[in-house]
Design a protein around this ligand. Structure first.
Ligand SMILES: [Zn+2]
Length: 59
């Protein structure tokens, strides 16, 4: 139930930051994209650098 609520909440947030990717667990910015240039990169492997949550569907 909690997992379902979490993903529904994320789906309802307007994507006003374009292609930026946020951690669904700690909400920190993981990847900031400006076109093909990626100045912010906070994923280690396929996990959030801050809370170690696996980020699905990124790579
Ligand atoms: Zn996180």
């Amino acid at each position: 139930m909690q997992k379902g609520i979490r993903y529904v909440y994320v789906d309802n947030v307007p994507d006003h930051e374009g292609n930026n990717t946020y951690c669904h667990n700690c909400k920190k910015l993981l990847i900031e994209r400006h076109g093909y240039y990626i100045p912010t990169y906070n994923i280690v492997g396929n996990k959030c650098k801050f809370c170690n949550t696996v980020i699905p569907g990124v790579w």
